[in-house]
Design a protein around this ligand. Structure first.
Ligand code: SF4
Length: 337
């Protein structure tokens, strides 16, 4: 059955939103064990044959870029730096015509070593997760003593030209919510761009507690005790982060307030999991399988059409505030940012 939605074949949903930003999870594995993401023992990882091969990933990204109007590709995980073929995948995607903008979301461990090769392969910029500057607290939060490696990763990315280096920080009440000003001071001192992300109900343990979530209002109030924040005049468009100029700018700080200030109305994201499933939304409870069709010999237009159909049914928003809200079975660690 041919998807009849858009004449030029782009990824449009029934609310008229067009997906141009593809998030590709390269693995569900990670070398950290963040308490708000997964249990200490890890998770039952996807088995090898379930995972898309490097060539399959590149083919699906090519279909998205050449047939579906995707212009941005972000590689995520789990932790994408542990995918052995990462540099090759980035190089193949950078060679596509038209060339998409390519970014990566990472915990930064090993980035200092890989940054020059990733840059040479065509990676444009990186987002690095950092929730604390305190080594003991880092070890408590991630169950690994790797703060130095993360900081070295950021410095390596900046040195390699993967700029602006953006920092993603999740604050949790009574854990690290006292560090907002310190994290901003750190980012300003290094020329990094900091964005705070409201904690979302996507943890593997299904233990998310709205009362424990630090809201955008609270984050801004904490920052305003030390910094002058003015609304950023730059166009936001479909960007998840709302941004403010710090002390008159040009430095900015952002807040991704998915829960208290949802931005689903302008969403331009589509997602591909490491095992070849399309997710129309981060919080989707349904997925569409491309891996099966791909391995059964489907041609590119057939794969493109399945993707269009998957996006057409996208819901209006995440529905976290709906009494009927159901947390997705797939955890964040197997979806990616
Ligand atoms: S929650 Fe879903 S619809 Fe909303 S912005 Fe995120 S991906 Fe888009």
């Amino acid at each position: 059955m041919k998807a009849a939605q858009s004449s030029d074949g782009i990824l449009v949903d029934r609310y008229g939103r067009v997906a141009r930003d593809l998030r590709v999870s390269l693995t569900d594995k990670c070398n950290l064990r963040c308490t708000y993401c997964m249990p200490a023992e890890g998770l039952p990882w996807l088995a090898g044959p379930e995972l898309l091969t490097d060539d399959e990933i590149v083919r699906l990204v090519r279909v998205a870029v050449q047939r579906l109007g995707v212009t941005e590709v972000r590689f995520t995980g789990g932790e994408p730096l542990i995918r052995p073929g990462l540099v090759g995948i980035v190089a193949a995607v950078a060679a596509l015509d038209p060339r998409p903008r390519i970014s990566l979301t990472t915990n930064g461990i090993g980035l200092d070593r890989l940054a020059p090769a990733l840059r040479a392969a065509g990676l444009d910029r990186v987002n690095v997760s950092l929730d604390t500057l305190d080594a003991a607290r880092f070890t408590e939060l991630t169950r690994r003593p790797r703060l130095d490696a993360v900081l070295a990763g950021m410095a390596g990315a900046a040195a390699a030209g993967l700029t602006p280096v953006k920092i993603n920080s999740v604050l949790m009440r009574g854990v690290n919510d006292d560090e907002a000003p310190a994290l901003l001071r750190f980012a300003l001192a290094h020329g990094y761009e900091l964005r705070f992300i409201e904690q979302m109900p996507l943890d593997a343990q299904h233990g998310w507690d709205r009362a424990a979530m630090v809201t955008a209002d609270e984050i801004l109030a904490s920052l305003r005790r030390e910094f002058d924040l003015r609304t950023d005049p730059a166009e936001r468009g479909s960007a998840p982060a709302e941004t403010w100029l710090v002390d008159g700018g040009p430095a900015r700080v952002g807040v991704i307030a998915s829960v208290t200030r949802p931005f689903c109305g302008d969403c331009d994201r589509t997602r591909l999991t490491a095992d070849g499933q399309v997710r129309a939304c981060l919080f989707a409870t349904e997925e569409s399988d491309l891996r099966g069709a791909l391995r059964a010999g489907a041609d590119d237009e057939d794969l493109a059409d399945r993707w269009r159909r998957a996006m057409w049914g996208k819901r209006a928003g995440h529905g976290i505030d709906d009494p009927t809200f159901l947390q997705p079975a797939r955890p964040m660690s197997a979806i990616g940012g």
